[in-house]
Design a protein around this ligand. Structure first.
Ligand code: IPD
Length: 261
């Protein structure tokens, strides 16, 4: 867990910040350092395993999920928060075999909360079992989302119109915390009733999907069909009813696919 100390220390220091796909899609030297550390440690122990990782993908590595055991890594989720010292930052590591998500680990670096989920074995936060909310009524829901990296007028119009739809449906509130993985952990903990987003990636979703499913929740595609880890979009909820209500309310924002970039 040496990466936890690195992130905690770097959070309060000056950072070298660069942009990736847009002016709001940020990366720092710490994202690279932590990703390299995690991969080199895992590769030493599991030399035949494959890796899909955010910063390697940004440098052109292909994101293809094969049947081989694969680690799916976001070294710092909430990089924009990290840059601004906003203390909502996580490390996310998922693991898949034969294209099936097996387990996930998400570490909330400033609150020292370790979220874990293993297929068939439950989901936990610092050892306490997690359970999603049982809410089915959108007019009683607290909904989480994230903005995604694009800021062009057409994307923003769709993003705001989706949020407006949920507010018209009288959702209690819509929150944006700047970290997809930690928002999804709040959903797994029952602290929110639903989550949706266009423009996130497989490394934002892999670990959280296992944690939510093991906490009793639903993770699906925004079309209402099965989750497609590479499709850059998701709806998650404590109940299927809630997930379907959210999916029906959304207009699609097309971000392409992780495995076609
Ligand atoms: C991003 C954050 C952000 C969300 C993006 C993610 P990163 O991850 O979770 O809140 O809107 O879709 O990709 O770039 O900070 O690892």
């Amino acid at each position: 867990m040496v990466f936890y100390y690195i992130i905690r220390k770097a959070l309060t220091e000056e950072k070298r910040v660069s942009t990736k796909t847009s002016a709001a899609d940020l990366v720092t030297e710490t994202d690279h350092l932590v990703e390299d550390l995690i991969i080199s440690e895992l590769r030493e122990r599991f030399p035949s395993h494959r890796f899909i990782a955010e910063e390697a993908a940004a440098s052109g590595a292909k994101c293809v999920l094969t049947h081989s055991p694969t680690w799916i890594i976001d070294p710092i989720d909430g990089t924009c928060n990290f840059v601004h010292r906003f203390p909502t930052v996580a490390v996310s590591i998922g693991f898949a075999v034969r294209q099936e998500l097996e387990f996930g680990v998400i570490y909330h670096c400033t609150e020292e909360r370790l979220y874990t989920g293993r297929r068939g074995r439950g989901a936990f936060c610092n050892g306490q079992r997690l359970r999603v909310s049982g809410e089915t009524d959108l007019s009683k829901a607290l909904v989480l989302t994230e903005i995604g990296p694009r800021r062009d007028p057409a994307t923003l119009k769709l993003f705001l119109s989706n949020m407006e739809q949920l507010l018209h449906a009288k959702a209690h509130g819509v929150r944006v915390i700047g970290s997809s993985t930690l928002a999804l952990c709040h959903l797994a903990s029952g602290a929110a009733d639903a989550y949706y987003q266009f423009g996130l990636h497989c490394w934002d979703l892999a670990a959280a999907t296992v944690i939510i499913r093991e906490a009793g929740g639903i993770v699906i595609d925004t079309s209402g069909g099965p989750l497609d880890l590479m499709a850059c979009r998701v709806v998650a909820a404590g109940t299927r009813e809630m997930a379907m209500l959210i999916a029906q309310a959304l207009q699609t924002i097309n971000y392409g696919r992780d495995d076609e970039k």
